[in-house]
Every structure is written in C-alpha cells, then in structure tokens.
Design a protein. Sequence first.
Length: 256
Amino acid sequence: MQCPRVPRLAALVAIFSSLVGSGAPAYDAGALARVIAGKDCPKCDLSGADLSEADLAGLDLGGVRARDANFSRANLQGTNLAGADLRGANLTGAKASKAWLVIANLDKASFAEARLIDADLSRARLTSASLVSAIANGANFEGATMRLTDFSGAHLADARFASVKAPAVRFTSANLKRASFAEANVAGGHFDRTDVSGADFRKANLWKADLRGALITGASFNRAHLRIAKLPPEVDSASFCRATMPDGSVSRKGCN
C-alpha cells in the first residue's frame, strides 16, 4: 500500500532544493528588520543580508553572523562588531571609524576605500581581505592574522601592527608613516613604493620583504630580520642596529 505522505515529502524536498539552488537568503528576517530600525542585535544572523548604505552607527552587533553580507557604504561608526563573523562580507566604502572589530573573522572581506580611522581590529582574522585605498589612520591591528591581505594605496599613518602574523601582506604605495610593526611577522611582505618614514620595525621578521622604492627616513629596523630582503638604495636615514641584513651580516648602524 502506497504511503500518502510520499508525494508531500517529495514536494517539500523539491521546494527546499529550489530554495538552496536559488541562493535564498540565509539571514533572520526579524533580525534584519530590527537592525534596520536601529536596534541592537548581538549574535544575530545576518548572513547574506543587504545592509548597503544602512545607518548602523553605534549599534551593538557583537558576535553577529554576517558572512557574505553587504555593508557597502554603510555607516558603522562606533559600531560594536567584536567577534563578528564577516567572512566574505562587502564593506566597500563603509564608514567604520572607531568601530570595534576585535577578534572578528574578516577573512576575504572587502574594506576597499572604507574609513577605519582609529578602529580596533586587534586579534582579528583578515586573511586574503582587501583594504585597498582604505583610510585607516591610527587603526589598531595588533595581534591580527592577515596573510595575503592587500593594503595597497591605503592610508595607515600611526596604525599599529605589532605582533601581527602577516606573511606576504601587500602595502604597495601605502602611507605607513609612524606605524608600528614591532615584533611583527611580515615575511615576504610588499612595501615597495611605501612611505614608512618614522615607522617602528624593531624585532620584526622582514625575511624576503620588498622595500624597493620605500621612503624609510627615521624608521627603526633595530634587531629586525632582513635576510634576502630588497632594500632601497639609500638606507642611511634609518636605523638598523643589530639587524640581520640581506647578506646575512649584522648591522651596527644606528647603535648608540
């Protein structure tokens, strides 16, 4: 005897399959409405939601799940996004100055041309993220993981990168005046045509880094590891006390 529930079950399976295949939104519609209304929504599910140009300034969105969400040109100034999952999210042109993104997962997210002045991204994950032409002066990236992250053309004066894990990071043509990279791992990093004047690279790992054409006036590379690195032709304006130089020698330049 044929079970009468089989046709219904088959129909439900077909509907589910069509929703998955059509890329149906994974976000919580109620949570989205709450956020758009300017209400705090910590740990909400906004995965894939469209919040482009939304005004979310100052909201508590700590721990929010917003993978692949669209925050392009959104106002996130002072917003709490600590611990948020923003993998693959689009934050192009977002206004996120003084936003709190501590321990957030930002892998493959785009912050191109975003404003992140004085934002806190310490201990965040930024692997393969794009911050091309971002304005992030004074931002805190200390302890972050940012392998293959692209900061080309970004404004990062006074930014803090101490102890970051950032192999093969790209800072081509960026402004890194007075930035701190103390004890950072930026092996294989691209600093070509970058302004690192006054920057602090003490004890940093710059193995095989490219600093050709970089402006290094007043920068400190004391005790840094520069084996096989490519330096600009003029290095007299920077300090290299006890640094391991590209040829393996230990420099005394700048030692008191």
